[in-house]
Write a protein that binds this ligand. Structure first.
Ligand code: AVI
Length: 350
């Protein structure tokens, strides 16, 4: 094989991946914009410009989620690692779904290194760029940590083929679970459960239910970064599907839906208009005031967290909070389903 055929091959592969992604974007846009209540799924936010905007959101003064979760890790990392290690005495490795910058994870890895003298970190992300970023940041802070990146779309239910030698602490932090509807959240955690073994642990970060004012401020920041993040979803359809959305014809709106315990983000059309999407071969009409629902961000009580975990095959063991209980970090254990069935049978017999 000569070097040019290698280059051709990789170009073919990346073209194929790009085509698949465009197809997924087109399918999502067609489905969502044809619905009675128009919607676009929130995974569409995270192309390269959207991921940069999200990083900017995490640094906003109103967006308390990231800084509070980070402060919980800084304050309780040792305790979390001791509790996650359980009684088995085996080495623990850390798996992280949706690695991002891994900046918060460093606190946990530092505590793990201090306890074990060695740490294996396995970030999972669909984006190679995100994995490289996580790996670089971890190595800059903790050069001795062993990083094994796993490039996978973990919301698609595929096996992660995890190494079996260690027990694992899986991280799903940042309240990312809150962007799934309750049934989808349980399905995702059930899949995660299927990748783990009895005794393994999960550390889940959740934004907690609270008064409406701080929630509304967090999703309607003064600098307008969240509005830009929201509108980027339309900009992405312009870039990738050659749509002609006028970005100033849609207003960012974030509301608190107390009944569903969630922040909802919408883009409201500020005029009657038709938007052409050439790659779908059609256009979509918007009435003045009509919305595109772009995101749900659920806020949890600890009971709701416990219930979601139980339905997914985990038992909640311990939670840590900031002093106002605005953000929670929950440690749960994978239950051995056979032990659970035996326990149920014993309870029924008693
Ligand atoms: C990624 N996720 C947890 C964020 C959230 O708060 O639901 C996404 C976000 N949307 C608007 N601001 C941030």
């Amino acid at each position: 094989m000569n070097s040019s055929s290698v280059i051709d091959n990789s170009t073919d592969q990346s073209n194929a991946a790009a085509t698949l992604e465009t197809f997924a974007v087109a399918k999502a846009a067609l489905e969502g914009l044809s619905a009675k209540q128009k919607y676009l799924p929130s995974w569409l936010f995270y192309d390269a410009p959207g991921s940069r905007l999200f990083e900017a959101i995490t640094r906003l003064p109103e967006y308390y989620l990231t800084s509070l979760e980070h402060s919980i890790f800084l304050r309780h990392a040792d305790e979390i690692i001791v509790a996650a290690s359980g009684l088995g005495g085996e080495q623990l490795s850390i798996l992280e779904l949706g690695a991002g910058s891994a900046s918060k994870t460093v606190a946990l890895l530092r505590a793990l290194m201090a306890r074990q003298g060695h740490a294996l970190y396995m970030p999972v992300d669909v984006s190679e760029a995100a994995l490289q970023w996580a790996s670089r940041n971890v190595h800059a802070a903790l050069p001795a940590v062993e990083v094994r990146s796993i490039c996978s779309e973990f919301t698609q239910g595929k096996s992660l083929n995890l190494p079996e030698e260690n027990s694992r602490l899986a991280l799903y932090i940042g309240s990312s679970i809150g962007n799934f509807d309750p049934e989808e959240a349980v399905e995702l955690l059930q899949w995660l459960r299927s990748q783990l073994q009895p005794g393994d642990a999960l550390l889940l970060g959740t934004d907690m239910a609270k008064a409406a004012a701080p929630l509304l401020a967090a999703y309607n920041d003064k600098a307008g970064v969240t509005a830009a993040f929201n509108r980027n979803i339309l900009a992405r359809l312009n870039r990738e599907l050659k749509a002609d959305f006028a970005l100033d014809a849609f207003e960012h709106r974030a509301i608190w839906n107390a009944e569903e315990s969630r922040i909802e983000m919408h883009l409201d059309s500020n005029r009657n208009q038709a938007v052409r999407v050439p790659l779908l071969g059609r256009s979509f009409n918007f009435r003045r005031g009509e919305s595109i629902h772009t995101e749900n961000s659920y806020k949890f009580t600890v009971e709701a967290v416990e219930d979601m975990l139980l339905k997914s095959g985990f038992v909640l063991e311990q939670s840590w909070y900031d002093s106002d209980r605005w953000f929670g970090v929950h440690l749960a254990r994978v239950v051995d389903s056979e032990t659970m069935m035996e326990d149920d049978a014993e309870e029924e017999a008693a």
